[in-house]
Design a protein around this ligand. Structure first.
Ligand SMILES: N[C@@H](CCC(=O)N[C@@H](CS)C(=O)NCC(=O)O)C(=O)O
Length: 219
């Protein structure tokens, strides 16, 4: 089991390498928001990764509603809210803005929430190719949707998009369609960290968090 974990982690690190370090911890001061933004996304989608990278670097808190393929919990909301089933889809309750299109989402976050405008994002087709390779590196991990019991209140999660360990957790949260308030990590924070307001429990580290989710939220 431990060997499988290290192999999984190695491929997650490869996925980060293929993005040339984009999705780092938020360096500047996170923009103040009255209410967290809401992101509908899934891990196997390269365009969703671009949206998450920008969120990670801006430091803005976002309520993530995972919509894996075949998911029933949050997927239908996207069509109701925006008119079509396309991901990523970002809703900002502070400005009443709702956006499809990863490039538009990144530009919106740059403008309103101190995004960092990483160079890779300006490489056009090369950027898209790297996003796709990065998703392919994790393909085995992101296609399996898992049944789960929904928590009453969303979890709180701290991690950066480029952190391979945080990715292992986000993939599991996505596969189980578990909603979480994502606070992008700051430099030198101990992460990934999951706080469960339903039980008051906290876990640090990918293995500990995944074991907790399996124990508590698998039916
Ligand atoms: N040009 C769009 C492309 C978005 C897109 O193609 N998303 C795919 C997932 S990668 C999607 O929504 N597929 C429909 C589905 O999953 O049901 C963007 O940059 O956001």
């Amino acid at each position: 089991m431990i060997v499988l974990h290290w192999i999984d982690l190695a491929f997650s690190a490869l996925a980060s390498l293929l993005r040339l370090g984009v999705g780092a911890p938020a360096n500047g001061r996170a923009a103040d928001v009255k209410e967290p933004l809401v992101l509908y996304e899934f891990e196997g989608c390269p365009f969703c990764r671009l949206a998450r990278e920008t969120i990670s670097e801006s430091g803005v808190p976002v309520l993530v509603r995972p919509c894996p393929k075949g998911g029933k919990r949050f997927r239908p909301n996207v069509k109701t809210l925006g008119g079509k089933t396309q991901f990523p889809f970002l809703v900002d309750p502070n400005t009443d803005v709702a956006l499809y299109e990863s490039a538009a989402i990144a530009a919106y976050l740059d403008k309103n929430y101190n995004g960092r405008r990483s160079l890779v994002r300006f490489l056009g087709p090369i950027n898209v190719l790297l996003l796709q390779f990065s998703v392919i590196a994790r393909l085995g991990a992101v296609v399996r949707k898992k049944r789960s019991r929904p928590p009453e209140k969303p979890f709180e999660f701290v991690g950066a998009e480029r952190d391979p360990r945080a990715r292992l957790v986000k993939e599991r949260l996505c596969a189980m369609e578990l909603e979480y308030l994502w606070r992008p990590a700051r430099p030198n924070e101990r992460t990934p960290l999951l706080i469960d307001p339903n039980s008051g429990e906290e876990r640090i580290g990918a293995q500990a968090i995944r074991a907790y989710l399996n124990d508590r939220y698998r039916p």
